[in-house]
Design a protein around this ligand. Structure first.
Ligand SMILES: C[S@@+](CC[C@H](N)C(=O)[O-])C[C@H]1O[C@@H](n2cnc3c(N)ncnc32)[C@H](O)[C@@H]1O
Length: 266
């Protein structure tokens, strides 16, 4: 690093689940309620897998709604937090690139967790695992960034974004840069953290697959799914956000993508 900061795969937010929840509050459990609304619309059975469950707050909401929930994540820190703070679901460590956790009536994958499938092989692994995990007629519900948003728009890319917050008495400042890697079809994020506690700056890198709506339709069809809904909102992270009783949209132009797909019965 030319500026003397440390480069790390660690992620200050996902490595500190309590901080993650504080930075991305969802006091009204909007994501959980939106998911439950999708599940009810298509009469999903009770057995549910939340892949990339993170802190467990959505899994616990769906458990409280009467579902039998398994929450799965790769991060031990997230799983430990989920078990301690959002009890009810069973929490297990699993990789969304390929998993075998039993049979479910629905798999949900929220807040861009699906986009941690960077390569086509990883996407195929995820969808093949979902198909194998779902009972015939079972649902896949996902919410994520929309790759198509970046076609012709640079508002999220133009300039680094500065942010700061205080956590446990220490002021943390971040400078975030998003770039499009057209070759890998990834949205890459570089975030440099500085803190006022004397620790050296830390540079963290993440990436999400830039998945396009028609590409997703093709992948789902190839893996034996029927697309029931694919739209850009309203949803739990749209502006304005989804409200109880609102119907799904029909366009896929804005920055979030919402998917409901059904596993074919054969
Ligand atoms: C942005 S968070 C979303 C968490 C949660 N679904 C929510 O909506 O709050 C993404 C989650 O995906 C998990 N994750 C990343 N790569 C993964 C992988 N290959 N397999 C399983 N989980 C993964 C991270 O640990 C993190 O908890």
């Amino acid at each position: 690093m030319s500026d003397g900061s440390l480069l790390t795969d660690a992620n200050l937010l996902t490595d500190n689940p309590a901080l993650y929840e504080a930075r991305f509050p969802d006091a009204d459990r909007l994501a959980g309620r939106w998911t439950e609304d999708c599940l009810r619309r298509y009469d999903a059975g009770p057995r549910l897998l939340d892949m990339g469950c993170g802190t467990g707050r959505d899994a616990a909401h769906l458990h409280a709604a009467g579902r039998v929930v398994t929450g799965a994540d790769l991060s031990e820190a997230m799983l430990a937090h989920a078990r301690a703070h959002h009890p009810g679901p069973t929490y297990v460590r699993a990789d969304l690139h390929g998993f075998d956790l039993g049979t479910f009536d629905a798999v949900v994958c929220l807040d861009s967790s699906l986009l941690y499938c960077h390569t086509n092989d990883q996407l195929d692994g995820f969808l093949a695992s979902c198909r194998a995990a779902l009972a015939p007629g079972g649902l896949l519900v996902a919410e994520m960034r929309n790759g198509a948003y970046f076609l012709g728009r640079t508002d999220l890319l133009d300039s680094p974004k500065a942010d700061s917050f205080t956590w446990q008495g220490t002021v943390h400042r971040s400078r975030t840069t998003l770039t499009v890697d057209r070759t890998a079809q990834l949205l890459r994020r570089t975030r440099v953290w500085t803190a006022d506690d004397g620790s050296p700056p830390v540079e963290q890198r993440s990436a999400w697959r830039l998945l396009f709506p028609q590409e997703l339709r093709h992948l789902l069809a190839a893996h034996g799914f029927e697309v029931l809904e694919l739209h850009d909102g309203p949803g739990p992270r749209t502006e304005p956000a989804w409200r109880e009783g609102e119907s799904p949209g029909t366009t896929t132009d804005a920055d979030r993508l919402h998917l409901v797909a059904r596993r074919h019965t054969l």
